[in-house]
Design a binder for this molecule. Structure first.
Ligand SMILES: [Zn+2]
Length: 120
């Protein structure tokens, strides 16, 4: 399967179809960029299977060495990332785009918050 890479001026990374979009500033962080590409390739392999995508996101959140590199990138290039990488839904030329795994993770956190507030 042929993957097309596009470098963009915003966000961190996005995948749709066989296209991976990457913030062009990631070129200055080759190790992190490779880890992000592996993560996005996993999304492509998941083939829109929501459960697998959520597992991919949780695995990523628990990859602390990668998260440390990502934090450094966000600190140094934050102004180019903006709030776009944490938005669950947005509109582009190709129409309404949504990040379903992210929506699910937000829902999981919201449910945890509700449960904790009930227990306490
Ligand atoms: Zn992801």
């Amino acid at each position: 399967m042929e993957i097309t890479y596009k470098f963009i001026n915003h966000g961190i990374a996005y995948t749709y179809g066989n296209v991976i979009e990457l913030n062009k500033n990631l070129l200055k962080y080759p190790k992190l960029m490779n880890e992000i590409i592996e993560h996005e390739k996993e999304h492509i392999k998941n083939n829109d299977n929501l459960f697998k995508d959520i597992i991919t996101e949780i695995k990523d959140l628990c990859n602390f060495p990668k998260q440390r590199k990502l934090n450094k990138f966000i600190q140094e290039c934050g102004e180019t990332i903006g709030w776009e990488s944490i938005r669950p839904i947005w509109i582009e030329k190709r129409g309404l785009v949504y990040n379903l795994p992210l929506i699910c993770i937000y829902l999981i956190f919201a449910l945890m918050g509700i449960l904790i507030s009930i227990i306490i």
